[in-house]
Design a protein around this ligand. Structure first.
Ligand SMILES: N[C@@H](CCC(=O)N[C@@H](CS)C(=O)NCC(=O)O)C(=O)O
Length: 204
């Protein structure tokens, strides 16, 4: 059995989408990051960074418990454990990794930076506008790509789609202007958002 500690942020959703889509049995432990539950000693023992998400696989490799942070590491771990969402073909795998990094290391951190600015006590408008346009710029490129292919890395649903969806869902809820009016992205998001596992994973 897996224990997952997360909140309804893009990183938290990415991890929960991973366990749900991979069909892994898990117990969900919501963490209230506004209250600082991620800084309590019990949580820091699992992740000294004091950040969600954290996954504990009580039956990890070799039957030993494994504790893992970093939402994308959790996504890859769940995919490998279940044997799902990882293309075998080397070209498709390379395309998947490129898309995965865009979602996990470009879009999500830029969203985090945007939230930090607009939620600060004295938001700096030009900085917020710069970060907002960066996020929209990333989504615009994905909109163009998704005009040519069904999923992020081609014809196959991969962990790159699961990662991008977490960022998209968070942006759509909090800063919709970054992803509205992009029809191919919307078509793709409608399909992913209709998947029962994703619906369960995003209902925090
Ligand atoms: N790179 C990490 C980032 C984790 C992260 O930034 N978590 C945020 C929520 S999305 C958090 O726990 N924030 C509370 C804090 O830093 O105290 C990942 O992908 O999991």
């Amino acid at each position: 059995m897996i224990d997952l500690y997360a909140a309804g942020t893009s990183n938290g959703m990415r991890a929960r989408i991973a366990v749900e889509e991979c069909g892994l049995a898990y117990r969900f432990h919501p963490i209230d990051i506004q209250k600082g539950e991620q800084k309590l000693p019990g949580f820091l023992a699992m992740n000294p960074m004091g950040q969600i998400p954290v996954l504990v696989d009580n039956e990890g490799p070799g039957g030993k418990p494994l504790t893992l942070s970093q939402s994308t590491a959790i996504l890859v771990y769940c995919a490998e454990k279940s044997g799902r969402f990882l293309p075998r073909d080397p070209a498709a795998r390379a395309a998947m990794l490129q898309a995965l990094m865009s979602a996990s290391t470009d879009i999500t951190p830029m969203l985090g930076a945007l939230f930090a600015v607009i939620r600060s006590k004295d938001p700096h408008g030009p900085t917020a506008d710069l970060f907002r346009s960066r996020v929209r710029g990333y989504f615009k490129v994905w909109d163009d790509y998704l005009g040519e292919r069904r999923y992020c890395a081609g014809s196959e649903l991969t962990i790159a789609d699961l990662s991008l969806y977490a960022g998209y869902a968070r942006a759509k809820g909090a800063v919709p202007e970054t992803c509205e009016g992009l029809p191919n992205l919307e078509r793709w998001a409608k399909e992913l958002g209709g998947r029962p596992a994703i619906q369960r994973a995003t209902s925090f």
